[in-house]
Design a protein around this ligand. Structure first.
Ligand code: UTP
Length: 292
């Protein structure tokens, strides 16, 4: 159980994908910077990491995504303008971005899959357990998704992945686990099936985009045979890791949104805006008017 006592200090955020579902906007703007009201989508992933006590966030990016680093960097000119104006609230918001975690950026030279993106971070992570947070999924609620997974990680001392129940009609869009229930909301993972037909799905528990891995995942990913397009899938790496180590799944508490496609981003934006004091009432009124 050496892992159980280890503090998880690093998180990897894979953000090198092409974002084709958002074209044409992603031709010029990384999808991770598309706004959820007035914050970049990726900010939620970094906030979640920081709230879980993660100290260093390693973002895996690619060509054309340099603005992600700008977003989390200091902007002294802007800060001094906001100071002169006395706009302390915006100043706080802007400063907070650079203070949440130590940010590191690594390039994935070619889009060779999520597993490959994680593998690109192996040197930066080293020989320690780490979190993976997909910025395409945001999970709202307290405690955050990564905090919930860390609690399970420290209980069992092995890799933990987040799952959520999905409808049978949706199951073919997800990676699904073969579960063995062992405690409330906790399952031993016996295997995974990628995008199963509803009648062949081993469960209704879909993999959600949050993981805590032991460092042996890197050896597993390095052994994955690339698929037809040269892609290295994370689920294939998990399958290899399962041959030598146990892995657990945790049914997350909280509401998740898939912000990796335009409709999902719109739904999440509306939910978030409705919850805000400064615009919630006006938006509710507007929605009532346009849908009637
Ligand atoms: P997706 O396949 O959902 O993202 O990958 P994508 O490729 O950007 O989206 P579409 O399908 O073209 O619209 C899930 C996550 O893995 C990252 C993505 O950035 C996203 O966070 N990813 C995927 C990489 O970092 N590298 C890859 O080669 C592939």
């Amino acid at each position: 159980m050496k892992n159980a006592a280890m503090k998880v200090k690093k998180a990897v955020i894979p953000a090198a994908g092409l974002g084709t579902r958002f074209l044409p906007i992603t031709k010029a703007v990384p999808k991770e910077l598309l706004p959820l009201v007035d914050r970049a989508a990726i900010q939620y992933a970094v906030q979640e990491a920081a709230a879980a006590g993660i100290e260093q966030v390693i973002v895996v990016t690619s060509r054309g995504k340099e603005a992600i680093a700008d977003y989390f960097d200091r902007h002294l000119e802007l800060e001094s303008i906001l100071t002169v104006k006395g706009d302390s609230q915006r100043l706080l918001e802007v400063r907070r971005l650079s203070e949440m975690a130590q940010m590191t950026y690594i390039r994935q030279p070619e889009q060779l899959g999520l597993g490959h993106a994680v593998l690109c971070a192996s040197r930066a992570v080293g020989e320690e357990p780490f979190a993976v947070i997909l910025p395409d999924v945001i999970v709202l609620g307290e405690p955050g998704a990564t905090s919930q997974l860390l609690e399970v990680f420290h209980r069992y001392g092995a890799s933990v992945i987040a799952v959520e129940e999905v409808l049978a009609s949706e199951i073919q869009n997800y990676g699904v686990i073969v579960p063995q229930p062992i405690a409330e909301g906790v399952y031993r993972v016996l295997g995974t099936v990628e995008k199963p037909a509803p009648e062949e799905a081993p469960s209704n528990l879909a993999i959600l985009g949050r993981y805590i891995f032991t460092p042996e995942i890197f050896d597993a990913l390095a052994r994955v045979k690339p698929g037809a397009k040269g892609e290295i899938q994370l689920t294939d790496g998990m399958g290899l890791l399962l041959e030598s180590q146990p892995m657990y799944a945790f049914r997350l508490h909280g509401v998740s949104y898939d912000v990796g496609n335009p409709l999902g981003l719109l739904k999440a934006s509306i939910e978030l805006a409705l919850a805000r004091e400064d615009m919630g009432p006006a938006l509710r009124e507007f929605l009532r008017r346009v849908v009637s």
